[in-house]
Write a protein that binds this ligand. Structure first.
Ligand code: MG
Length: 362
């Protein structure tokens, strides 16, 4: 058995690679929480989770004070057993973002070990559907950008052969949102998928009104129109519009996805491997969505999600937001509008350990 002989957690702050704003927030910095797990067969697994600027130290404390000390001596191959033990040990703070992020940092390290021990890439170990997944761009669609800047970004994505692009919405006037979307649609033609993201900023009535207006632009999805805990509002909106509703980046447990799917409130599932608690629950959500004939288009973390979206038959799109370039030695492979899952054993992220060491803050 690959017994765990040591484990440690630490925090690395990364500056944002570009200014990113939406209707409710901006991406301040990427607090990247790492967990390394050593086993007695000489392997080390590296896992991670993230925040977009707040709470990273709370995740680190949860790991150092409570979760990491429970790992010593456990069999690293028993991932479900370890996950369940850690979850049970934190019962008073679950379901919750801080605990889920901490669980994810451990769980992804264990999957890195599992795939390294199998000498196989994650996309195969996690399911192995196909190696490449269509890519859509978010990096050209932030809310502070002018219409001309949005159009320029969209044309660049179109010319690169990418299948889709995402624009943030939630300007004070719905007319302004619509003008921006229409300008981009006119620039890229009718073959490119356009997604929009409201980041939970709307009321139920406003979401229905804007969705109706947006239908003229032919959208691929409307993302997080309402607060994530307003499931009934999403049900109502889904019935009122022909635009598919995408949710998932603000959900922290399998059961939250089950409720959305059961009630017909989600047409696209954007489960985030860090926020849902790791690869173990991520795969369960993806398979649950498959049972409802719903596609998975994971939120952010493209360097890890490319392998997970490639692992499952309902992985539909990977989101392009590069944010690890300062601490990795190579980038995700993109060819003909598709992202390719790495072939190297483990998670396949080419960490620059010296650069990580330089940026440690805790
Ligand atoms: Mg979003």
């Amino acid at each position: 058995m690959p017994a765990i002989t040591g484990a440690r957690a630490y925090l690395v702050d990364l500056e944002v690679e570009t200014v990113r704003t939406d209707a409710v927030q901006s991406f301040i910095k990427q607090e990247t929480v790492f967990v390394e797990v050593d086993t007695n067969d000489g392997l080390t697994g590296i896992g991670y989770a993230y925040t977009i600027g707040t709470g990273g130290r709370a995740v680190l404390s949860m790991l150092r004070d409570h979760l990491v000390p429970r790992l010593a001596g456990q069999d690293a191959a028993h991932i479900e057993g370890i996950w369940t033990d850690l979850f049970a040990s934190t019962r008073a703070t679950t379901v919750g973002a801080i605990t889920s992020l901490a669980l994810a940092a451990v769980d992804t390290a264990l999957w890195d070990l599992k795939a390294k021990r199998a000498a196989s890439p994650l996309w195969e170990v996690a399911g192995g559907f196909r190696q490449d997944v269509p890519l859509y761009d978010t990096e050209g669609g932030w809310l502070h950008l002018t219409t001309d800047e949005l159009v320029a970004g969209a044309v660049a994505s179109h010319d690169a052969g990418w299948g889709g692009l995402k624009l943030k919405v939630g300007k004070p006037s719905h007319r302004e949102d619509l003008e921006r979307l229409a300008a981009v649609r006119a620039a890229v033609g009718d073959r490119m998928d356009i997604m929009v993201d409201a980041n939970q900023s709307m009321t139920s009535a406003e979401a229905i009104r804007r969705a109706k207006a947006f239908e003229a632009v032919d959208l691929f999805w409307l993302e997080e129109p309402l607060p994530a805990d307003d499931v009934t509002g999403h049900v109502r909106l889904a019935r009122a519009t022909s635009i598919p509703i995408a949710v998932g980046e603000s959900m922290y447990s399998i059961a939250q996805f089950r409720e959305y799917l059961e009630r017909g409130a989600a047409s696209i599932v954007q489960v985030d491997v860090a926020r849902v608690g790791g690869i173990t629950p991520w795969l369960k959500v993806a398979h649950l969505a498959e049972a409802f004939n719903v596609a998975v288009c994971p939120h952010f973390l493209m360097e890890l999600h490319v392998s997970l979206a490639a692992a499952v038959p309902n992985g539909r799109y990977v989101e392009h937001i590069p944010q690890l370039r300062a601490i990795t030695r190579s980038e995700m492979v993109i060819r003909d509008g598709r992202a390719f899952a790495p072939e190297t054993p483990g998670l396949g992220i080419d960490w620059d350990l010296d650069a990580i060491e330089d940026r440690r803050v805790g």
